[in-house]
Design a binder for this molecule. Structure first.
Ligand SMILES: [Zn+2]
Length: 64
């Protein structure tokens, strides 16, 4: 399942990023065994400064 969680502060502004986190559960356990961040979002910056946003994400996290 995928959950949304607040992450580190946005590189363009101090609001926390929204992280899309994929949780993988094993068949034997109800507890998530692996978590993988599949996306990072900052609605305000993405709307207001899409080019800077893309550049900042590339600088910080590489192409994802
Ligand atoms: Zn932002």
């Amino acid at each position: 399942m995928t959950i949304t969680r607040h992450g580190e502060p946005c590189p363009l502004y101090r609001t926390p990023l929204l992280l899309d986190v994929l949780q993988v559960r094993s068949a034997q356990s109800d507890f998530p065994t692996t978590e993988r961040v599949t996306g990072r979002r900052c609605p305000g910056c993405q709307a207001a400064r899409p080019e800077q946003w893309t550049e900042a994400m590339r600088d910080r996290y590489g192409d994802e």
